[in-house]
Design a protein around this ligand. Structure first.
Ligand code: TYD
Ligand code: MG
Length: 476
């Protein structure tokens, strides 16, 4: 009797769900859901990215919940019963570093980036390197025919690599192939071209991208295949962007770089198996991507003779120190609202530094256009760049070059004090290695190892820094 009652209430609930199941609206850029259509997504600010999404078809209702039982295992048992996972290396040092020292078996990695930045090139090289170490790799392309991939492989000098290629977009076929072939690594290029036939929307829509990523992730975990998904960053919102699947995967890597520059940076944004914020640096050459093992030297190699407004900043990217050149230009402005243009750094942060310089040390930039650029197409997000930015602005304003062998770092607080940066020793070691002779750094931490070839100038606040760097009274 009780069973009948339960069944009855289940049927009522199902009917209620069917009647209330509505179409939802989802942002193709960030995946946020909305109750109604809007021209602009409130969550990420993108225009024209909100799309209608059909409700998922209700599956056959389960009679009861809790009947099926998952297997449990004690954490301590795991250590003795299961061997630890062995990471596999690509043999491409910069790529292994970003993954957190090699690829974890059964992990899912998303590689995002603008179209044409070099994702397919990098992954074909990675596939070849992986296969050369005796591991089975399948490269599935939904964008190019196998002959086109072969052409690219020829150009990269990888025509003989033992990589299996497939041109396929139907997810069911891909999963069947992967199950039969059991590769160690499968590369899916790109997730936006995949098509799961149980979802009724076009490839590239939020529902398709999500469903395909979910199927592939589940497959990876169940069958122990490592999977790399390629995701194009899209501008117009017609195609779902990689952010829609970021939460499903283990590792998210973004491939960055300016089209006009040959440097490419692979940045770990999320990593369940290693440090986030780690970067790998590559250079796009005629024969594919080449590793850059000493990026500081490369970023500084194009530096001209000391010019006003040019300052070298000793930064950190993940666990690696990286020296980059900041360039500022100040010009009288014909506009009532002078320009503030920034490339490679945060424009809000620039306004803050300009305000601190004006309010705390009385150096005004009113009536002046300000341009700030990070050389080499690099993007910096660390607040420790504040002091170097201030130095570049002041040097440009006074048209006074700083000595060429100087590095600078430190965070500026709103009070005009200079706050300590992380990993002081690593930054200084890198600067010394590259032949720098002078540094301007925060007064704290108190204990910093003295270096025979690099002098340390330590500053409590902006006034002390400006006095020492530009000479007393330079701005009176
Ligand atoms: P690609 O890997 O196709 O980009 P994505 O998969 O991210 O869309 O890279 C295409 C660009 O790279 C293209 O503009 C040409 C350039 N390229 C080189 O400069 N050298 C090379 O050896 C290759 C294969 C590509
Ligand atoms: Mg591609």
């Amino acid at each position: 009797m009780l069973l009948r009652v339960l069944n009855f209430s289940q049927a009522v609930a199902d009917r209620h769900n069917l009647m209330t199941a509505k179409t939802t609206f989802t942002c193709a850029s960030c995946g946020a859901s909305h109750s109604k259509w809007a021209g602009r997504c409130d969550a990420c600010g993108e225009w024209n990215s909100v799309q209608e999404e059909a409700p998922l078809a209700a599956g056959p209702a389960k009679k009861t919940l809790g009947a099926a039982r998952g297997k449990q295992i004690a954490l301590t048992d795991l250590a003795t019963k299961e061997p630890p996972l062995q990471r596999s290396h690509f043999g491409i040092g910069e790529l292994d570093r970003v993954c957190g020292d090699g690829l974890v078996p059964a992990s899912v990695t998303l590689v995002g980036g603008d179209p044409g930045i070099g994702k397919s090139t990098l992954l074909l090289q990675a596939a070849a390197a992986f296969a050369a170490r005796g591991q089975k790799v399948i490269y599935v392309s939904g964008e190019e025919a196998t002959t086109q991939i072969r052409m690219r492989a020829d150009r990269l000098g990888l025509a003989q690599a033992p990589v299996q290629l497939a041109a396929e977009t139907n997810l069911r076929n891909i999963l069947t192939t992967l199950e039969a072939e059991k590769p160690a690594l499968a590369i899916i290029d790109s997730i936006q071209t995949m098509w799961a036939d149980h979802v009724e929307s076009a490839p590239g829509s939020v529902s398709q991208v999500r469903a395909s990523a979910h199927e592939l992730t589940t497959f990876a975990k169940r069958h122990g295949v490592a999977i790399i998904l390629v995701g194009h960053v899209t501008k117009d919102g017609q195609i779902a962007g990689p952010r829609v699947v970021e939460h499903m995967v283990d590792t998210v890597l973004y491939f960055e770089g300016e089209r006009g520059h040959q440097f490419r940076i692979l940045r770990a944004v999320k990593n369940r198996f290693g440090p986030a914020d780690e970067i790998g640096v590559f250079e796009m050459t005629g024969t594919g991507l080449a590793e850059v093992t000493n990026p500081s030297a490369l970023f500084l190699s194009e530096r001209d003779n000391p010019a006003s407004g040019s300052v070298v900043y000793a930064g950190m990217e993940g666990t690696r120190p990286l020296l980059v050149e900041l360039q500022a230009l100040i010009a009288p402005s014909p506009l009532s609202n002078p320009r503030r243009t920034v490339v490679g750094w945060d424009s809000g942060r620039l306004s803050m530094i300009l305000a601190v310089l004006e309010s705390r040390v009385g150096i005004s930039f009113a009536g002046l256009d300000v341009y700030l650029n990070v050389a080499g197409g690099m993007k910096i997000s660390e607040p420790a760049a504040d002091l170097a930015v201030a130095a570049a602005l002041l040097s440009a304003r006074q048209d006074t070059p700083l000595p060429a062998e100087t590095v600078i770092f430190g965070e500026i607080s709103l009070s005009g004090a200079i706050r300590p940066a992380t990993q002081t020793e690593n930054r200084l070691r890198e600067a010394e290695k590259l032949g720098f002779l002078q540094s301007h750094i925060p007064a704290r931490p108190k204990k910093v190892a003295s270096r025979p070839n690099l002098s340390l100038n330590r500053h409590e606040d902006l006034t002390s820094f400006i006095g020492e760097c530009f000479g007393p009274g330079a701005f009176d």
